[in-house]
Write a protein that binds this ligand. Structure first.
Ligand code: 3PG
Length: 308
């Protein structure tokens, strides 16, 4: 029997992605409904009432949403980070949760360079800035995004270092990247630190002053992961104690107004999470999510399940 699928995107996908997704469901004989740019949680709760599957982005799928979605069998986060899904609540209701790893990584990697260049050129203020060539970039985690950052950094003539306790040193070296043994070593060695860790219980507030204080003079921190992995009191202390420190992030920390007031020219924040906001990333992640839903219902395929 045809399934009913909800595409719930508070931050809309590019039109071509929506068209591609709807074609996949049409071919499968499924009905697709869409809830785009919604403002109230109530609207999401209503929309999920009778759907069998759903595609989301950073949309929050918590206990309330899962309880309201009585027929839900699968939720696919079209993207990498699934910290917006209550995995425990999903498992308790036998809802399969998936992500689409790697599908939007290049878009995030390109944004890393936009943030770095903005900071390197003194916030485009007209003053002399600096170049990326010859500088060292340190990747905190060497997953899908880190692996996309590497060739771009090399194209700029940067030296690439990485710390990832879950990736064997040989796999990092194979890409011409120097693995280091600790975060402290990474922070000490590099002119730019680029964060690529997921938001988990263990990583929230894990980047603290003790770690940040290892940063080289004039170094910049680039965060295209999640704002919450950085301890904000430490971030403010770093700005205050180290006039040479700069921070670029997708998206702004809660203390953005204070930073803007006190530390002009030393930061750049996106207004809304922009890392994966390209037509290409929308198409890659959106179509992958739709195909995963069809494969799940038609073949029981649970590849990319994250709540095992
Ligand atoms: C991700 O985890 O894939 C990115 O943060 C993208 O999030 P978005 O779909 O809200 O742009």
């Amino acid at each position: 029997m045809g399934k009913k699928i909800l595409l719930a995107t508070e931050k809309p996908f590019a039109k071509s992605a929506v068209t591609g997704i709807s074609e996949i469901f049409k071919k499968a004989g499924y009905e697709m409904i869409q809830l785009e740019s919604y403002k109230a949680k109530e609207d999401l709760l209503k929309a999920v009432a009778d759907v069998d599957g759903m595609i989301i982005r950073s949309d929050i799928v918590d206990e309330a949403v899962l309880s309201a979605a009585k027929n839900l069998g699968i939720v696919v986060r079209a993207g990498a980070g699934y910290d917006n899904i209550d995995l425990k609540a999903a498992s308790e209701r036998n809802v399969v949760a998936m992500n689409t790893p790697g599908q939007n990584s290049n878009a995030v990697a390109e944004l890393v360079f936009a943030l770095m260049i903005y900071l390197a050129r003194g916030a485009f203020s007209g003053k002399s800035g600096s170049e990326l060539r010859g500088k060292k970039i340190g990747l905190q985690a060497y997953g899908a995004v880190g692996r996309c950052v590497t060739p771009i950094a090399k194209g700029f003539g940067m030296e690439v270092f990485a710390f990832d306790p879950f990736v064997p040193a040989e796999a990092i070296q194979k890409d011409g990247v120097t693995p280091v043994n600790s975060l402290e070593e990474l922070y000490q060695a590099c002119d730019y630190i680029s964060i690529h860790i997921p938001k988990t219980k263990e990583t929230v507030n894990s980047i603290n002053f003790a770690l940040l204080s290892h940063m080289k003079k004039g170094a910049a921190l680039i965060n295209t992961a999640r704002a919450e992995v950085i301890d904000e009191a430490s971030l403010l202390k770093m700005f205050a104690d180290r006039p040479d420190f700069k921070y670029g992030a997708d998206v702004a920390p809660a203390c953005a107004a204070e930073i803007a007031e006190k530390f002009t020219g030393r930061f750049v924040f996106t207004a809304k999470k922009m890392g994966a906001q390209t037509e290409e990333a929308n198409v890659n992640a959106g179509l992958a999510a739709a195909n995963q839903i069809v494969a799940f219902f038609e073949k029981g395929d649970k590849t990319f399940q994250v709540n095992k």
